[in-house]
Design a protein around this ligand. Structure first.
Ligand code: SF4
Length: 207
C-alpha cells in the first residue's frame, strides 16, 4: 500500500507510453506547453471537467470524479462515470473523452485501466468494461479490461514510479512522434542526438 505522498498521476502513464522523456519533463521537471493537440483535448474536456452529476432513468452520470488507489499509488480523475441500475445489480462504466480517434498504441487503454483500478478499490467492486468517447469520430468505443491489459498497466505503473523515484529525465532519440509533441521546443530532441552533447549530458546527470 502506498501513501498519498507517493501517489503518481494517472496521466503520467499515458505520457510515459508516448515518450518516457515527455513523462520525465512533465512529472519530474514540471514542464508543460500547449500545442494544437493539447488545446483540442482541453476544449473537449471543458464539457466534462466540472464536478457534477445528473440522473436520467436508471443511469446516474457523474462528471469529473476524483479517484485514487492506495494499492497502486495512483491519483487522477475520471471524465465520466456512469452508474447503471440493472436487473443483475449496479453496472459501473468509466468513460474517457478523447479529442482524436483510437490510437494504435496502448496509452489510452492503460490510462482507462488505471482508472478502473482506482474505481474497483474505492467502490469495492469488479469492472470488466470501460469506454472511450472519441471527439473526432463522435463515437463511443467499449473496451474489455482484460487480464493482459491489467498486467500491461501494472508494468507501466512500476516503470513510471521508478523513473520518478530516480528523478532522472531520460534521453530519447528523435522520432516521428516528436512532431506532434507539445514539448519539442523545450526538449530539443534533435540537438540532444548530437553525440558530444549526449555524452556531456550523460556525464552531467549520470543517466
Ligand atoms: S520532443 Fe520527442 S523526445 Fe522530446 S519529449 Fe517530445 S516526443 Fe519525447
Amino acid at each position: 500500500m502506498y501513501t498519498e505522498d507517493n501517489f503518481i498521476m494517472i496521466n503520467s502513464l499515458q505520457h510515459y507510453i508516448f515518450c518516457p522523456r515527455q513523462c520525465g519533463l512533465i512529472h519530474i521537471d514540471d514542464v508543460w506547453q500547449e500545442n494544437l493537440f493539447t488545446v483540442r483535448g482541453k476544449i473537449l474536456h471543458e464539457k466534462v471537467d466540472a464536478e457534477s452529476y445528473e440522473t436520467r432513468g436508471n443511469v446516474k452520470t457523474v462528471y469529473s470524479l476524483r479517484i485514487h488507489s492506495y494499492r497502486y499509488g495512483l491519483v487522477g480523475r475520471c471524465d465520466v462515470v456512469e452508474f447503471r441500475q440493472t436487473k443483475n445489480g449496479k453496472q459501473i462504466l468509466p468513460v474517457e473523452f478523447k479529442a482524436g480517434e483510437p490510437k494504435e498504441d496502448i496509452s489510452d487503454k492503460v490510462q482507462l485501466c488505471a482508472q478502473v483500478f482506482c474505481l474497483e478499490e474505492m467502490l469495492n467492486t469488479k469492472i470488466n468494461i470501460a469506454a472511450f468517447f472519441y471527439g473526432k469520430i463522435r463515437r463511443r468505443n467499449i473496451i474489455d479490461i482484460t487480464s493482459e491489459l491489467r498486467t500491461q498497466t501494472e508494468e507501466v505503473i512500476d516503470k513510471v514510479r521508478k523513473m520518478i523515484a530516480d528523478s532522472k529525465v531520460p534521453i530519447v532519440e528523435y522520432s516521428s512522434k516528436c512532431r506532434n509533441c507539445s514539448l519539442i521546443t523545450v526538449c530539443q530532441p534533435k540537438a540532444l542526438n548530437h553525440k558530444k552533447l549526449k555524452n556531456y549530458i550523460k556525464e552531467l546527470y549520470n543517466v
